[in-house]
Write a protein of this length. Structure first.
Length: 232
């Protein structure tokens, strides 16, 4: 059975003010993404990759055009509705980890579940499962300053995955990692994608990440230069 389309992008334009003029970061993007994709926006700095993720993740809105994510029109959402979409359905992974330094690994991973009012028993089960997925069970009481870069990124992935989101957005997730840790992280993401049919969308110019993608969307100067399906 064919996976359903969960993201539609039609005529997306994004402009940013620059002094008395404006800069057009995205110039008429048309794309579709189905459930379970492992895809990435690739291209040089300034090509529009992060802007694409921010709009798909409801952190920003289109200047014109239509973006629909999980049946929500991004440009029409109130701030509260956008926050609810992110809280319930989206996971974010950033290059800077964005972990709480004073909290343990367990507490960092648990945080999204506190926002969703799960019971203590449910949270414990879900956090334990997420730590097992990412091989973090021996780090349960550690705090981020005690962890390596690879371990911090695994905590960030566990936090993104703990609520079983429909969509995970990863912005340069291997930027601060060496080659061995990058491949370990990417294999973990690939496994979670295949096991749970979670859609992963990356913004990257890292060849290591690109080698794992099953769909590569090349952006140049705010436009789609090429959209390729890759057999891995």
């Amino acid at each position: 059975m064919e996976d359903s389309v969960i993201i539609t992008i039609d005529g997306l334009v994004k402009k940013f003010p620059m002094g008395k003029s404006e800069f057009t970061a995205l110039k008429g993007i048309d794309l579709r993404f189905s459930q379970g994709e492992f895809a990435g926006f690739v291209g040089p700095s300034g090509s529009g990759k992060t802007t694409m993720l921010n709009i798909i993740g409801s952190l920003d809105i289109p200047s014109s055009g239509q973006v629909t994510v999980l049946d929500h029109s991004i440009g029409s959402l109130t701030q509260k509705d956008a926050a609810n979409l992110r809280k319930r359905n989206l996971g974010f992974i950033f290059q800077s980890y964005n972990l709480f330094a004073v909290h343990t690994v367990y507490e960092n991973i648990e945080f999204p579940l506190l926002l969703l009012n799960y019971s203590a028993a449910e949270r414990k089960k879900m956090v334990t499962e997420a730590m097992e997925w990412l091989g973090l069970t021996d780090k349960i009481k550690s705090k981020p300053p005690q962890l390596s870069g690879g371990e911090c990124q695994r905590v960030a992935i566990a936090r993104a995955m703990v609520k079983r989101p429909s969509l995970v957005l990863a912005d340069e997730p291997t930027a601060n990692l060496d080659a061995a840790n990058s491949h370990n992280i990417l294999k973990s993401m690939e496994q979670l994608n295949r096991e749970f049919r979670t859609t992963f969308l990356f913004a990257t110019h890292d060849d290591k990440v690109i080698s794992y993608l099953r769909r590569k969307i090349s952006l140049e100067d705010g436009r789609v230069a090429k959209d390729e399906t890759i057999s891995n």
